[in-house]
Design a binder for this molecule. Structure first.
Ligand code: ZN
Ligand code: ZN
Length: 356
């Protein structure tokens, strides 16, 4: 955590700032390890503080021993102002993509004279895009737990069950095994609902002969996982197999050929070309993948409009899909880490066509 603070200090120098305040919960956690729901990290050339209230003081001291913990008064801004005045800070950065206009106008700008508040962008996020060894092991645990949940659910799903029952069982399994819960609303989309890429589990009854898209993840140790598998229930027709094999081929092609230096657009095209060659080019309506870590969706992006380059240390999903309105859909999603020679899959759940 200390190195992370040092990197932020370097950024202060590069941006000609005396300090910065960090309130975005994921960035605050990244710099502090503090999991409480309220607090501000302030980094200056000399100091690194976590300002929080009395409910969290002890927790903050335990979780963020590398930071000076300051317990604020009833009004956090008053304490912050005292600290800023005491340190003689003039130019202070804030997270422009996170703070609301109201906060900046009323709380920051309104309070202290002689302080210039400077909007910053991506200042912490640009470090979060590269995962450390410790982060990779946290991610692997969250991924392994999601894999186990998928294995468990294969023995649980029966025709006649509602999608919602399946989602509840997954959530229960994750929590029982120590996760804080699912890292997002679990998607269980059966039959025609499978054509909705974000078909959150509904009351629909799962029927024999349908495909079911299950997209879920675990939140564990502050990190999120995200995996999708598509299963056939009881039996499967030719079309179900054909569409599935096309998506699998598209996913394997990308995993095989994504190399460091490729752009997010080029990576996306690896899968999209396979799907287009089978005539389903118009039915893959989302990007190939997204970065994942503390947040389920973070940089880099893999899509036709991505502006990222893919480099070693990045962790992202590879999740092509085909969605046919009125029929259903297939998506297969793994998490991979970029290494020197290409990507390595962290997801280990099997992905050959499976009838359950
Ligand atoms: Zn997903
Ligand atoms: Zn995803």
């Amino acid at each position: 955590m200390k190195e992370r603070i040092e990197k932020i200090r370097e950024e202060l120098g590069n941006n000609n700032l005396d300090g910065i305040i960090i309130n975005h919960p994921s960035n605050r956690f990244y710099l502090s390890g503090f999991t409480g729901s309220a607090g501000t990290v302030m980094v200056t050339a000399k100091k690194a503080m976590l300002i929080t209230d009395f409910r969290y003081t002890e927790q903050a001291q335990n979780q963020a021993p590398h930071l000076e913990i300051v317990e604020h008064d009833l009004k956090k801004m008053d304490t912050l102002n005292q600290l800023i005045a005491g340190e003689g800070l003039n130019k202070i950065g804030f997270e422009a993509d996170f703070e609301t206009f109201a906060t900046v106008e009323q709380q920051l700008k309104g309070k202290i004279d002689n302080v210039e508040w400077v909007p910053t962008h991506n200042l912490v996020e640009k470090f979060r895009i590269y995962k450390s060894a410790a982060e990779l092991s946290f991610l692997q645990e969250a991924i392994d737990l999601a894999d186990q949940a998928l294995e468990h659910i294969c023995g649980f799903i029966k025709p006649g069950m509602a999608e919602r029952e399946v989602a509840l069982e997954l959530e229960f399994f994750l929590r029982k095994k120590g996760a804080k819960g699912s890292s997002f609303d679990i998607i269980v989309a059966s039959g025609p609902r499978g054509s909705l890429p974000h078909g959150i589990a509904s009351d629909k009854i799962i029927k024999e002969g349908e495909l079911v898209v299950i997209d879920m993840g675990a939140r564990l140790n502050g990190y999120a996982s995200d995996v999708t598998r598509t299963f056939a229930i009881g039996s499967a027709g030719e079309k179900e197999r054909k569409v599935y094999e096309t998506v699998l081929e598209a996913q394997l092609a990308a995993i095989e050929d994504i190399k460091p230096g490729l752009s997010g657009q080029e990576a996306d095209k690896l899968s999209r070309d396979v799907i287009s060659a089978e005539g389903y080019g118009d039915n893959f309506g989302h990007g190939l993948g997204h970065g994942i870590g503390i947040d389920v969706h973070e940089s880099p992006r893999l899509s036709p409009v991505s502006e990222n380059n893919l480099e070693p240390g990045m962790v992202f999903t590879v999740e092509p899909g085909i969605y046919l309105p009125g029929w259903g859909g297939v998506r297969i999603e793994d998490i991979v880490v970029m290494e020197e020679n290409g990507v390595r899959s962290l997801t280990r759940a099997p992905k050959e066509f499976k009838i359950i």
